[in-house]
Write a protein that binds this ligand. Structure first.
Ligand SMILES: Nc1ncnc2c1ncn2[C@@H]1O[C@H](COP(=O)(O)OP(=O)(O)O)[C@@H](O)[C@H]1O
Ligand SMILES: [Mg+2]
Length: 479
C-alpha cells in the first residue's frame, strides 16, 4: 500500500514493461509514467531479442512526441548497453545502430510509408506528396470559393432554398468541411424523405381550419381577444400561402415565415358567445400547430439532407483538386491505408508479418479509422476493435497506452466508445491501471482528486464518459 491507502501499482507497471507475451492496454492519467513504460517495453523487446528495431512500430500523436520518444529510447538503450552483458548486450548494441529503422512516428507518417511501399494496390499516384493541414486548408478554401460561386451562378435550387430559410454561406462552408473530413462515412448522411403528400395535406387542413376558425371568430365580440388575434394571423397565413407559386418559396414560407404561437390560455371566455366556442378554437389551433411543427421538421430535414448531398459534389471537387497536384491530405492517408489493408489480404499479411509489435501512445486520441488500421495490422481480419483476438502467431503484439480523460475526442473524431471496445477486447487481465503521479506536487493531486471524483462518472446511458480514477502522489518514490 502507498501513503494514500491505495494498493501500489508496481505489479501492473512491471507487467506492462516486461510481460512481452501478452497484449495490454495501460490506462492512466498524465504524468504517471505511461510513455516511460512504453519505452521500457520496447527496450525489453530488444534486449530479449524478441524483435529487431524495424519490426517494432511506435505510434505517437505528434511529430514532436515521436522525436522525444526516439530520444528517450536512444538514451535508454545507450545506458542499458553499458550495463548489459552477453546476448542482451549484443541485441542492445545492434539496436542502437538500427534505431533509425524503427518506425517511431505519427500514424499519418506511418501510413505514408505504407502507401509509398504499395501505391499500386492502394490505387494512388506512386509519386504522391502529403498535403499538410495548412496546404490542405488552402486547397480546400480555394476549391470552396470556386465551387460555391459556380453553384450560385447556376441558381442551384437546393442552395436557393437553404439561403431562403436562413442558412448562411458560412454555415454551408462549415458543413462542407465537416462532411469532407468525415467522407469515409458519407453513406450515413440522411436521405430526403417524401414530403409532397404531407405538405399538401397540411395545406388543405390549413385552408379548411382557417375558414372554420374565421367563422367561429364571429362568436367573439372583443376585437382584442387573444384567441381571435391568433385566428386573424392564421387566416392571413392561409391567404398568403395560397398565393405562393413555387415550391422553394412555399417551403421557405412554411418553415420560416409562418408561425403558429401556442394558444395556451389565450382568449377570454367572457369575450365569446359561449365558453365552448373558445374551447373549440383553442383545440383546433393546438392541433394545427402540432401538424405545422411536423411539416416544419420534415422541411428542415429535407433541406439538410439535400444540402449535404449537394456538398458531396464539393468533396469530389476537393478530391479532384488534390489529385491534379498529386497530393493526399491527412484523411486520405488514413482512408487509403485502411482500404489497402481491408481490400488486399496479401498486403495485410505482408505488413502484419513485417511489424511484429505495435505500441501506441495516447491511444485515447485515436479515431475509428486509425484504430481500424492498428487492428488490421495486429492481425484482425476485419479491422474491428471488438472482433480482434490475439492470435497465437502474434502474442503480445499490441501495447496501447492512454488516458481516456485527456482525449480531445471531438477534435479528431476520437471516439471513447471505440476506446471502450478496444479495452473490452483485450480483456480484463490485459487492462493495467496505474495511478501514481510523478509530475505534480501532493497538494495539487489532493485538490484534483477531491474535485473530479464527483464530477467524472460513467453515465448510465452510454460509454462516452470515462470513469474517474484517483491520482496518487508518487514524486517521493522517484529514483
Ligand atoms: N516509475 C517511475 N518512478 C519515478 N518517476 C517516473 C516513473 N515513471 C515515470 N517517471 C517520471 O514521471 C514523469 C512523467 O512520465 P511520462 O512517462 O512522460 O508520463 P505520461 O506519459 O504518463 O504522461 C517523467 O519525468 C518520468 O521520468
Ligand atoms: Mg506520455
Amino acid at each position: 500500500m502507498d501513503r494514500t491507502g491505495r494498493p501500489a501499482d508496481g505489479a501492473d507497471r512491471a507487467r506492462a514493461a516486461s510481460d512481452l507475451a501478452h497484449s495490454f492496454i495501460v490506462e492512466a492519467a498524465a504524468g504517471t509514467g505511461k510513455t516511460t513504460l512504453l519505452v521500457e517495453r520496447i527496450l525489453n523487446l530488444i534486449k530479449t531479442g524478441k524483435a529487431q528495431p524495424e519490426e517494432i512500430v511506435a505510434i505517437t500523436f505528434t511529430e514532436r512526441a515521436a522525436a522525444e520518444l526516439k530520444a528517450r529510447l536512444q538514451e535508454k538503450i545507450g545506458a542499458e548497453t553499458a550495463k548489459a552483458s552477453g546476448r542482451a548486450a549484443e541485441h542492445l548494441a545492434d539496436a542502437l545502430y538500427g534505431l533509425e529503422r524503427m518506425p517511431v512516428t505519427t500514424i499519418h507518417a506511418f501510413c505514408t510509408s505504407i502507401l509509398k511501399e504499395r501505391p499500386v494496390e492502394a490505387g494512388i499516384d506512386p509519386n504522391f506528396a502529403v498535403a499538410d493541414e495548412l496546404m490542405a486548408g488552402l486547397i480546400s478554401q480555394e476549391t470552396w470559393d470556386e465551387w460555391i460561386a459556380r453553384k450560385m451562378d447556376s441558381d442551384n435550387p437546393v442552395l436557393r432554398l437553404a439561403l431562403r430559410v436562413g442558412i448562411t454561406l458560412e454555415h454551408m462552408h462549415e458543413l462542407a468541411v465537416t462532411i469532407s473530413e468525415n467522407r469515409d462515412v458519407a453513406d450515413l448522411l440522411p436521405a430526403e424523405e417524401a414530403s409532397g403528400p404531407h405538405i399538401s395535406d397540411f395545406m388543405k387542413t390549413l385552408k379548411t381550419t382557417a375558414a372554420r376558425l374565421e367563422k367561429a371568430g364571429g362568436f367573439c365580440h372583443n376585437p382584442d381577444d387573444g384567441a381571435l388575434c391568433l385566428i386573424e394571423d392564421l387566416a392571413k397565413h392561409a391567404r398568403e400561402v395560397e398565393a405562393i407559386r413555387t415550391e422553394d418559396r412555399l417551403h421557405a414560407y412554411l418553415f420560416g415565415t409562418m408561425g403558429i404561437p401556442s394558444v395556451g390560455r389565450r382568449g377570454n371566455a367572457g369575450n365569446w358567445a359561449s365558453k365552448d366556442h373558445l374551447t373549440e378554437v383553442r383545440l383546433e389551433l393546438g392541433a394545427l400547430k402540432e401538424q405545422h411543427e411536423k411539416v416544419r421538421l420534415l422541411i428542415a430535414h429535407n433541406i439538410i439532407a439535400s444540402l449535404s448531398r449537394l456538398l458531396l459534389d464539393y468533396v469530389d471537387s476537393y478530391t479532384a483538386a488534390k489529385a491534379s497536384q498529386g497530393l493526399l491530405d491527412f484523411h486520405d492517408l488514413l482512408l487509403s491505408t485502411r482500404d489497402l489493408l481491408k481490400q488486399h489480404d496479401h498486403v495485410r499479411a505482408y505488413f502484419t508479418g513485417r511489424y511484429r509489435y505495435l505500441l501506441v501512445d495516447e491511444f485515447q486520441d485515436t479515431d475509428p479509422l486509425q484504430a481500424e488500421i492498428i487492428f488490421y495490422l495486429a492481425g484482425a481480419q476485419d479491422g474491428r476493435t471488438d472482433k480482434w483476438r490475439e492470435s497465437e502467431a502474434s502474442p503480445g503484439k499490441l501495447f496501447l497506452v492512454g488516458d481516456p480523460k485527456q482525449s480531445i475526442y471531438r477534435f479528431r473524431r476520437a471516439d471513447i466508445e471505440m476506446y471502450a471496445a478496444a479495452k473490452a477486447t483485450l480483456g480484463n487481465n490485459r487492462h493495467l491501471s496505474i495511478h501514481q503521479n510523478f509530475r505534480c506536487a501532493e497538494s495539487i493531486i489532493a485538490a484534483v482528486n477531491s474535485i473530479f471524483e464527483d464530477l467524472i462518472k460513467v453515465p448510465e446511458e452510454g460509454n462516452y464518459q470515462p470513469e474517474y480514477v484517483a491520482l496518487d502522489f508518487g514524486r517521493e518514490h522517484r529514483p
